[in-house]
Design a protein around this ligand. Structure first.
Ligand SMILES: [Cu+2]
Length: 116
């Protein structure tokens, strides 16, 4: 499993929320938030990621992130995967994510390696 990190920007004048993510590159993509509870970090699915008008939502280790489940093909560092973000207003936005090893310290990020 891979974890996805990015900064999502909203240049519009109204808040938008990402309510789902599709990708041809993965069996499924989930949105998660890592929370620390009694010193143990756990991740929980979130239904939406809200981006304020003129603002951004940061997907980062230890916070909001994407779980990229079951790549349809092996991915290597330097590859780019396209994720299609579904927004509350019905729009979709394609975002390109570069594949990196060890993108962060999130305990779940460590599962993102593909061994050949
Ligand atoms: Cu997760």
């Amino acid at each position: 499993m891979l974890a996805g990190y990015a900064t999502l920007r909203n240049s519009g004048s109204e808040a938008v929320s990402v309510i789902g993510i599709d990708s041809n590159a993965f069996e499924s993509v989930e949105m998660h938030r890592t929370e620390e509870v009694d010193g143990v970090s756990r991740m929980r699915p979130v239904a939406a990621i809200e981006i304020p008008p003129g603002g951004e939502a940061v997907l980062e280790p230890g916070g909001l992130h994407l779980m990229l489940i079951q790549p349809r093909q092996p991915l290597a560092e330097g590859d780019t995967v396209i994720l299609r973000l579904r927004l509350t207003d019905g729009r979709t936005v394609d975002a390109a994510f570069p594949v990196q090893r060890n993108a962060g310290e999130d305990p779940h990020a460590g599962h993102g390696h593909h061994h050949h």
